[in-house]
Design a protein around this ligand. Sequence first.
Ligand code: PBE
Length: 298
Amino acid sequence: MSKFKSISLTLGLSTTLLLAACGGEETSSNETKSMSEQLDYTITGIEPGAGIMQLTELTLEEYENLDGWKVSESSTAGMLTMLDKAYKNEEPIIVTGWNPHWKFASYDLKYLEDPKGTYGEIENINTITRKGLKEDMPIAYEILDRFYWDPEDMETVMFDAQTVSFEEAAAKWVEDNQDKVAQWTEGLDKVNGQSIELISTPWETEDASAHVMKVVLEQHGFDVKITPVDPIIMFQAIANGEGDASLAPWLPVTHGSFYEQYKDDLVDLGENLVGAKVGLVVPTYMEVDSIEDLEPKK
Ligand code: PBE
């Protein structure tokens, strides 16, 4: 017993000596590095076409203390993997984040304060259609116009879709929320196989809304196709009439610059959800509260 103990003590000691001798390498020097230095002045981003990536580039320009910082391009899955890894090791990480999203239920996270407001405040998600849809498909137009749900509804679908497909999760939500769905379809005649194309974006929030709308429109006799594309392409497709409608624009800030470009060539039916948010997100164990607390690169 005592032998084992002394061996492990010796091992413990030599590991420490070894690490100290290696100097400059992670463990020993991280203690003296500032948090910004440990992060290598990098924000972990997502797909380059996302609105939040544009807002992050703008943020890097607007905040003087972010001199020398960059945002890495990745994918949402890549960002979530990095977040998970950092979180498990209690290492610092800053990600481009948003609500609704299950990451806030899985980890203790906080938004960094944004005194310059480059990420806006509360975001809405709007419904837009191509011009002429009202005349061509008055029933679909009316259902789209009435569609409105709460962040909790969207989260329910996103949560269920972690274990089943979005088709199934959406069908279940529709079944469980017949009162809401009835408000969107009440008094409207069914159609006979009319085709409609919903343009979406490749994030779970939009998978949820597009699939719920698909189920509702299919129950009303429509033949529905969902096409996920980058936000800018989504606006283009609605503006040039290639797609019929979208439930995906995040406004007024996240997709604000795309919207400004195309707003005259589309029909805006207003919010389908209120209470979304985007910003820089960190684990709560990090001792930083504001974007202004970050240090410029030396
Ligand atoms: N998001 C989710 C998207 C919109 C929906 C915030 C990552 C974006 O930044 O464009």
